[in-house]
Design a protein around this ligand. Structure first.
Ligand SMILES: Nc1ncnc2c1ncn2[C@@H]1O[C@H](COP(=O)(O)OP(=O)(O)O)[C@@H](O)[C@H]1O
Ligand SMILES: O=COP(=O)(O)O
Ligand SMILES: [Mg+2]
Length: 566
């Protein structure tokens, strides 16, 4: 306990304004909102359409990504919220768009995802728990598909679904590892046909990706219909529409599709919508939120999960392609503790050991930071490094990073103290980003063309971004590629599923691993989302809780005051 108030205590010390007042400067009126209490609202579909059609130019989009993080995270969400406040602090119009938290990490290791300190969105305890129910709606909708699928098999299996070739797992919004692999249908004929099944985290459900990429309700419904849930005995795909789930699933998601609006601790509006992780999914908030936010402000600050090898790569190659948009600049979040984590080649992370001042260890982490900078420059976007200062970071450590960026990388870097100081702590960073945008003369470009072969797309990501020497496809993955090509599902982007602990596919390899080979286990279509998913080694689509879960430290007293919630 460093004497610094907890995120929750800081959040409780602030009086929020009614959300109807917070959004007024954006030109949004009360009837543009579906209110969820005084300080939370969803934008109505009519308001979304009106905002989208406004002839105002789209605001400049700034992506916040990061270097390869310690398991605690290095401050992308804090920086995203803090930057939106910093832009407003220096007199510029800016909004933040972040993802909504999953209960998995909240009760596990990372805790909440509403930012922190004086750069968080409010009401953080609601946002980190049930919020507006979107994750619950997604979990129910996901499991309705599972229920209807097994019911179809039980009721005669007219579609001749191959019982051992069901692709659609069940979902839960909890880090419950024992549900990763299950057997269902036990209990004799009255129950159904026994088969292997398993659960994934709701954040990894294709419905989460569909919700985040859909244009509107009609598009959402068309995407749901296309989802491949199984294959029949002839190897032909069976879709959600084939098992007649489309309408009911879309009904369950009709409110979740509307983007949530809340406020930051400094009273600026923030969109919080959709919650795919970037290791097991595409890792950024909904396109609907981005579309609306870009029409409502001069700058939109948005985040992509985990390191730039995951969230940022997918943001550029998948989300920007679908959303027909491009980042005007990228903020690469670095921290002294993450640099030392790499410099000391540490695994697992021992945060106490990362406390001690050690400039040499900081320098040892530069190869990871540099790789992320070089990777991001390949997309033709300006990069500014945000050194997110934690309590206890020594001046000489901070100076070493700023000097390295300026002298060795030739890029701008800014010390950011938005956690401890709110928007004011990001003013230098904001100004450097505005300058980078004004001076940028490069063209944004994707890393690959969707018409490239599936192998080529994956090899491009692996060699250009992860630093792999080459890629090997397991025989099952080769079969998957042939089937995708025969199904005509190969001219789409690829979403890689890979560990976030390393640039490589091996969690304990720190820094910038070279001379290694990426192995692809499986490739499957997310036909509703419109991309392929490629699984690398043992990525956990249903994480587990740590030995000491955050949940064990949580409490609530009789007047409802919560403690232990990040
Ligand atoms: N500058 C900082 N000082 C202290 N704690 C911080 C700072 N920046 C982030 N944190 C904390 O570190 C954790 C990770 O921050 P977060 O913004 O969620 O990272 P990311 O989005 O990159 O995973 C959170 O608990 C957050 O409150
Ligand atoms: O998908 C992961 O997101 P964070 O890096 O913000 O935890
Ligand atoms: Mg985050």
């Amino acid at each position: 306990d460093d004497g610094f108030p907890t995120d929750y205590e800081i959040a409780q010390s602030v009086d929020t304004d009614p959300i109807t007042e917070v959004v007024e400067p954006l030109g949004l009126a009360a009837d543009d909102l579906d209110l969820y209490g005084d300080d939370t609202a969803k934008l109505t579909f009519d308001a979304i359409e009106r905002v989208r059609e406004s002839d105002r130019d789209n605001g400049e989009m700034i992506l916040v990504t990061g270097m390869t993080p310690t398991p605690m995270g290095e401050g992308k969400t804090v920086t995203t919220v803090g930057l939106s406040q910093a832009f407003n602090h220096i007199g510029e119009d800016a909004l933040a768009a972040i993802r909504e938290p999953s209960l998995g990490p909240v009760f596990g290791v990372k805790g909440g995802a509403a930012g922190g300190g004086y750069s968080q969105v409010l009401p953080m305890e609601d946002i980190n728990l049930h919020f507006t129910g979107d994750l619950h709606a997604l979990t129910s909708a996901h499991n309705l598909i599972s229920t209807m699928l097994d019911n179809h098999i039980k009721q005669g299996n007219e579609l001749d679904i191959a019982v051992n070739w069901v692709e659609w797992p069940r979902a839960i919004d909890m880090n419950d590892r024992v549900l990763r692999e299950t057997v269902i249908g036990l209990g004799g004929d009255v129950t159904g046909v026994p088969r292997e099944d398993g659960f994934i985290l709701t954040a990894a459900s294709e419905l989460m990706a569909v919700l985040c990429l859909a244009d509107d309700l009609a598009d959402l419904k068309e995407r749901v219909a296309r989802i491949v849930v199984a294959y029949d005995e002839d190897g032909d795909p069976v879709t959600a529409d084939d098992i007649e789930a489309t309408g009911a699933v879309t009904i369950l998601l009709k409110d979740a599709l509307k983007p949530n609006i809340v406020q930051t601790i400094e009273g600026t509006p923030a969109f919080v919508h959709g919650g795919p992780f970037a290791n097991i999914a595409h890792g950024t908030n909904s396109l609907i939120a981005d579309d609306a936010a870009r029409k409502l402000s001069d700058y939109l600050i948005t985040e992509a999960g985990f390191g730039s090898d995951l969230g940022a790569e997918k943001f550029m190659n998948v989300v920007c392609r679908f959303g027909e948009m491009e980042p005007a600049a990228v903020t690469l979040v670095a921290s002294i503790r993450a640099l030392k984590y790499h410099g000391k080649d540490m695994w697992p992370a021992d945060l106490d050991e990362l406390e001690a001042t050690d400039v040499e260890a900081v320098r040892g982490g530069f190869e990871n930071l540099d790789t992320h900078v070089e990777n991001l420059r390949k997309f033709g976007v300006p990069v500014v490094v945000a050194l997110n200062r934690f309590p206890g970071d020594a001046d000489e450590e901070v100076q070493a990073v700023l000097d390295h960026c300026r002298d060795d990388l030739g890029i701008e870097a800014a010390e950011s103290t938005v956690f401890g100081e709110g928007g004011e702590g990001g003013a230098d960073l904001a100004r450097k980003l505005i300058t980078a945008i004004d001076e940028d003369d490069e063209e944004f470009e994707y890393l690959y063309d969707v018409d490239d072969s599936i192998e080529n797309k994956i090899e491009t990501i692996a060699t250009e971004i992860y630093g792999a020497e080459s890629v090997t496809f397991q025989s099952s993955a080769q079969d998957d590629i042939e089937r995708m090509e025969s199904l005509g599902f190969d001219d789409v982007p690829v979403v890689m599923s890979k560990t976030f602990h390393s640039l490589s596919d091996t969690a304990e390899w720190k820094g910038a691993p070279t001379g290694w080979e990426l192995e692809i286990q499986e490739i499957y279509p997310s036909a509703g989302a419109g991309f392929l998913v490629a699984l690398t080694s043992d990525v956990l689509t249903l994480p587990g809780l740590p030995a000491d879960p955050a949940a064990a430290e949580m409490d609530i007293d009789s007047d409802g005051t919560v403690s232990g919630l990040f």
